[in-house]
Design a protein around this ligand. Structure first.
Ligand code: COA
Length: 334
């Protein structure tokens, strides 16, 4: 069977996108860059010092990569000025902007902001916050998006639920304590992301420990309110809640616990009430159900800036780059 990532990689090859990789001091980045270039998935910008990159790369073929050193780049002053303009309301002076632009992740994100690359993949050697903070500070949210959030694509082997065992989990990586409005917005954008990446109809379950009023508390009320708002925001998308996971995916349980629901029994997009739930759930699926977990992937940013897990392999980086290319192309079409 063709995997999710193989399909995405094939799509990326047709898009001719350019992705910046700032973690050039990590060999996995360079190994991934060599594979991306060899397979023709994307053009690559490596942010760093040419001599250091070449020394670390050894025999890897990076001849087709563009290497940009933030300290000697001819557009350096323009970058510093642009960052200062963006952040001066937060007290960032020209001097501190110059210091921050020496940081490879910040610099790469600014390359995306200024249109020199289509997206950025980072996080093999940085915490999620170190990758996501420059993203929300510099590229900010896409037009029409209320906030940025992060999701995982979860592909469970031999699974009859969801979209042939494929699901989107959100938010599982970014927004710690979302408001009712945040959860509703995350649900709507996740449905669109699922359609883009998995190319199947989204059925969005607003998850809870309660199904259709089986329990009542502040927690369940928040999910009910988020469901109502999400349905108002996107009346054409199948969104329902509050649902427990079994009612969301198992037709028999759905028939008894949530009869008549347009989502129960066939959900493929799982929306969690907070980051604790979303992050715990994806790791359970990954470790106990032996699911492939692709992410965290961001959505709602004006340019795709994607995070990696620090335990990632070079192949994981290749996959994240392919996903980033597909997201970038979707933004071109808006
Ligand atoms: N969407 C859009 N904008 C956001 C945002 C979001 N989800 N979160 C923060 N911002 C904005 C803020 O409004 C702020 O704007 P401004 O400075 O222009 O006024 C800017 O981004 C920076 O905010 P700041 O307060 O410096 O960042 P933060 O401390 O809120 O951190 C994250 C933002 C994304 C880094 C933070 O939410 C985070 O660390 N999330 C958890 C990530 C994590 O650990 N995941 C692990 C699981 S994989």
């Amino acid at each position: 069977m063709v995997t999710f990532l193989e399909k995405i990689s094939e799509r990326a090859k047709k898009l001719d996108k350019t992705i910046a990789l700032p973690e050039t001091e990590d060999i996995r980045t360079l190994q991934a860059a060599a594979k991306i270039l060899e397979r023709g998935i994307a053009k690559v910008v490596l942010v760093g010092k040419e001599e250091d990159i070449k020394a670390l790369a050894g025999n890897l073929d990076l001849s087709k990569a563009r290497i940009v050193n933030p300290e000697t780049y001819e557009r350096k002053d323009e970058y510093v000025q642009a960052f200062h303009e963006l952040r001066k309301h937060k007290g960032v002076t020209l001097e501190s902007a110059a210091e921050i632009m020496k940081d490879y992740v910040y610099f790469a994100v600014m390359m995306a902001k200024l249109g020199e690359v289509d997206g950025v993949v980072s996080g093999a050697a940085h915490s999620s916050s170190d990758t996501l903070r420059p993203a929300v500070q510099i590229v900010k949210t896409a037009p029409g998006a209320a906030l940025a959030s992060a999701f995982f694509i979860i592909a469970v082997p031999d699974c009859e639920y969801g979209s042939d065992g494929t699901f989107l989990f959100a938010d599982s990586g970014m927004v710690e304590m979302p408001s009712v409005e945040d959860v509703a917005n995350i649900a709507v954008i996740s449905a669109k992301t699922f359609e883009l990446l998995v190319q199947d109809t989204p059925y969005v379950a607003m998850l809870s420990y309660s199904t259709k009023g089986s329990a009542h508390s502040k927690l369940t009320e928040a999910t009910v309110a988020a469901t109502k708002l999400a349905q108002e925001l996107a009346p054409d998308i199948a969104i329902d809640g509050e649902l427990q996971v079994d009612a969301a995916i198992v037709p028999k349980v759905a028939a008894s616990k949530a009869p008549g629901s347009p989502v129960a029994g066939k959900a493929n997009v799982f929306i969690y009430p907070d980051l604790n739930a979303g992050n715990i759930a994806y790791k359970i699926a990954q470790r106990l159900a032996k699911a492939e977990a692709y992410g965290p992937i961001t959505q709602g940013l004006a340019k795709p800036i994607n995070d990696l897990s620090r335990g990632c392999s070079d192949e994981d980086i290749v996959g994240a780059v392919a996903i980033t290319c597909v997201q970038a192309a979707a933004q071109d079409n808006k």
